[in-house]
Design a protein around this ligand. Structure first.
Ligand code: HEC
Length: 180
């Protein structure tokens, strides 16, 4: 009897593991679409009118892109321990996950493909680490130019998303799928 119960528990476990694999693959695609769209907008903005103008573009476009891609079953967005947009503040699970990503990166692990998942009865959640790249320090680094600083404090008086070095955890993509 005990063996039978263990077998049932095991197969339930592997069904769940398979479900998580499928959902994780979907989440990766969604996160990639968000990342690519944001990066394209950022690069085009900087190229055509410089970083100060690109701040205004991110201010309007970043939330718009996220909400446009959140029309279906997936809610997609970004979060961080130190945030610029107050609308990106992390909840409890996101805070714990970000802290763990940060500790792992500080311990020497590569942030590439650093992910976390959470499956409950009615939703699936996914996070993926976003490392700081050389391009990012223009607006998130320790030494910002005066015009960049001025524009940021105009749009984000409580901005906490500066002081980052290349390679550090900047934040994470955070996605939720509602399950039936
Ligand atoms: C031109 C300035 C600029 C550059 C360059 C830039 N960002 Fe941002 N970043 C912003 C602005 C403005 C916001 C707030 C936009 C919003 O509402 O999500 C932001 C928000 C974020 C957020 C969401 C969390 C938060 O703090 O609100 C993350 C994550 C992020 N940036 C990562 C990056 C990464 C990674 C790079 C480099 C690939 C980068 N940024 C480059 C201006 C910039």
């Amino acid at each position: 009897m005990r063996y039978l119960m263990m077998a049932v528990a095991l197969s339930a476990g592997s069904v769940q593991a398979a479900e998580v694999d499928v959902l994780t693959a979907e989440a990766r695609q969604q996160a990639q679409a968000l990342g690519q769209s944001l990066m394209k907008t950022l690069k085009q903005g900087i190229k055509s009118s410089g970083p100060v103008e690109a701040i205004g573009l991110c201010n309007v476009q970043a939330p718009a892109i996220a909400s446009q891609l959140s029309q279906g079953e997936w809610q997609v967005g970004r979060t961080a321990l130190k945030i610029r947009n107050p609308g990106n503040a992390p909840d409890e699970w996101e805070t714990e996950t970000l802290k763990s990503f940060d500790a792992r990166i500080k311990a020497g692990e590569s942030p590439q493909m650093m992910e976390a998942t959470l499956l409950s009865d009615n939703e699936f959640r996914y996070m993926k680490a976003i490392p700081t790249k050389p391009l990012c320090v223009t607006c998130h680094g320790a030494e910002l130019t005066e015009p960049v600083k001025a524009r940021l404090s105009e749009l984000y008086p409580d901005d906490a998303a500066t002081g980052f070095n290349v390679g550090e955890l900047r934040g994470a993509f955070t996605l939720t799928k509602t399950l039936q």
